[in-house]
Design a protein around this ligand. Sequence first.
Ligand code: 6GU
Length: 225
Amino acid sequence: MRIDILSAVPELLNSPFEHSIMKRAQERGLLEIKAHSLRKWAINKHGQIDDYQYGGGAGMVMMCEPLANAIDELQKEHGKYDEIIFVTPDGKRFEQKDANTLSLKNNVLIICGHYKGIDQRIRELYVTQEISIGDYVLSGGELAAAVIIDAVGRLIPGVLNDETSALTDSFQDNLLAPPVYSRPAEFRGMEVPAVLLTGDPKKVDAWRQEQALERTKTRRPDLLK
Ligand code: 6GU
């Protein structure tokens, strides 16, 4: 999977993909991530990519031409994108099932907005999905893009070593994950639940299922509807 990102501040995306699972995904050739500075397509030598909004009001808008020229050039170079995603707090809220769907695509572009967002005509002409990562406002789309790429990247087949581990994540079956324990068996007087020490996989599975259900009931009853 190839993911291009268009951003006014691509430096914000320097480190999130250079460690751990995202690093491994790229090393294995399963994921290619490239952040592009929108300033490369600025309308003048001052690097301008934003302008005042028609109708007045506070906040700048990211202009049509830099975005359109960037997208056209990138599509000429890498082929037509399967999805062109604009990350924005007024988009559809991102969920695990969206990560699952996106992990099957080959070629995706993510546009990060800043200021008051991007010119509406770019949204209508190019964007195929508008995604928000939650009901709060970030100062730009870059951290949201990093969240989406991390959630999607780890689902690409071959990225996780233990293929089953994505299947037991919270949300994959609309349940939160159960508690987990590691050594020692007793810590500050607190013991690991005895069932986990039985070596009986059926009992362990049943306990985990019950714990997952219990957690979901108390913390996220909305998931059970
Ligand atoms: Cl995608 N962008 C920004 N700027 N803020 C957000 C968001 C996105 N999702 C939630 N808040």
